[in-house]
Design a binder for this molecule. Structure first.
Ligand code: NIG
Ligand code: FE
Length: 412
């Protein structure tokens, strides 16, 4: 049993210190919580049933960065990149995020909810018991609200915790192309109050990137979000550096995400702050870009590092945090222990959730069992799904029907 017990956000050498109980460990679940952890011979007699797990038990994984509510896949973008076009050129030619925006605007809410239900259930059955999901394919008040309401509907049927984030500033929509200041005003004065009023999101994110939203615009939007009681997150220094990491640290954001082009000053700013550095190696791999985020330098500087899938149709169509952990080891130079803590304790910190990410008394009863004999296999069998059992809030999750797990098919 990998407990991940210890302090809330791990930095430096502590990120490699993972508690693993071998021998005959046991965990007791009562209500939605873990009430006891230890050696089975010392366990209090359980009031209810007992389950034997053959394999390794982990705290449920936390996927702290996804864009998991969208319509069709973007296969043409994928092929154009293979032919040598890059992400920004494809976007400028009408593909990219705006293609998903046209799709989401046209798709009814119940279809979006059904797609999210099927896809997020698949993430759950790859071990993610808490999943952050961003809007950002609406870019108009009604379409952003539609995405977040669809997510709220999906959340009633998916036994994972879905944590909604408002990302109205994911791109400037075409109708505001020459009036960007007006779009920023719309986000601040109309979208954010509507989202906060309906309690549709816990946090606000901005894609802060040269050519998308600059640091000043991101500051304006996140400051407005903070005033409405939302947490802040930031897509920072993904493709080109622009001071996004520094801004995230300055604003006390929960996380600064991507960071492939973060500067030395950005690394220092994150290390000196409580902002979690969320690194997304599947994205750079899928985009075929040679530069990954400097994860080792972030850890050595003292930043709290987390990993996530970035699940989305454009730059990272993966549903598997274990795959991302394997990429973390192979592409970022993480140790297996660091990869595990980056998808549990530190990913929970990136969402501001203090009650999960560890198998410890008082924590939420979110557990995942992998059919392996060495815990390091969690970050090793690239692309295999090793999950055998999942518990959320103290209850076993019913295994999904085959039909549900094939729910990726959509009419374009
Ligand atoms: O995190 N960078 C911006 N947003 C996403 C991509 C979304 C898309 O291409 O649809 C990302 O990589
Ligand atoms: Fe993203």
């Amino acid at each position: 049993m990998v407990t991940c017990r210890g302090s809330a956000a791990r930095r430096g050498a502590a990120l490699a210190q993972l508690e693993v109980l071998s021998g005959d460990p046991a965990v007791l679940l009562e209500g939605d919580r873990i009430s006891w952890v230890g050696s089975r011979k010392d366990a209090p007699r359980p009031a209810g049933s007992t389950v034997e797990v053959r394999g390794v038990l982990f705290p449920g994984f936390v996927d702290c960065h996804t864009h998991g509510i969208f319509g069709a896949p973007r296969l043409d973008d994928h092929e154009r990149r293979a032919l040598g076009e890059d992400y920004k050129a494809i976007a400028a030619a009408g593909g990219g995020i705006l293609q998903s925006v046209r799709d989401v605007r046209a798709r009814p809410e119940d279809q979006l909810a059904a797609l999210a239900r099927a896809r997020l259930t698949t993430l759950l059955w790859h071990g993610s018991t808490t999943i952050e999901v961003k809007s950002g394919y609406g870019l108009a008040t009604d379409a952003e609200l539609k995405q977040l309401r669809a997510l709220q509907r999906a959340a009633r049927d998916v036994p994972a915790t879905l944590v909604p984030t408002f990302l109205g500033a994911h791109e400037v929509p075409p109708e505001y192309r020459n009036r960007r200041a007006e779009y920023v005003r719309l986000v601040c004065e109309e979208m954010l109050p509507a989202v906060a009023g309906e309690r549709l999101a816990r946090a606000c994110d901005v894609f802060c990137e040269p050519g998308v939203f600059d640091v000043a615009e991101a500051r304006t939007i996140l400051t407005a979000a903070r005033r409405l009681g939302l947490d802040c997150k930031l897509h920072a220094d993904e493709l080109e550096g622009s001071g996004g990491a520094e801004l995230a640290a300055e604003l006390g954001a929960r996380s600064a995400d991507h960071l492939a082009a973060v500067s030395p000053a950005g690394i220092a700013a994150l290390a000196a702050s409580d902002t979690v550095a969320v690194v997304l190696p599947a994205t750079m791999t899928f985009l075929g870009r040679p530069r990954q985020a400097p994860a080792r330098r972030l850890i050595e500087a003292g930043a709290a590092l987390a990993l996530a899938t970035d699940f989305n149709p454009g730059s990272s169509p993966t549903i598997s945090l274990p795959l991302v952990m394997a990429l973390g080891v192979s592409q970022l130079g993480l140790r297996h222990a660091e990869a595990v803590l980056a998808v549990t304790v530190n990913a929970a910190a990136a969402l501001g959730l203090a009650d999960r990410g560890q198998i410890a008394a008082g924590f939420r009863g979110d557990l995942v069992a992998l059919g392996v004999s060495d815990w390091r296999e969690a970050a090793y069998w690239m692309g295999a799904n090793l999950v055998t059992d999942v518990w959320t809030a103290g209850s076993a999750c019913p295994s999904p029907s085959r039909r549900v797990s094939l729910g990726f098919h959509v009419e374009a």
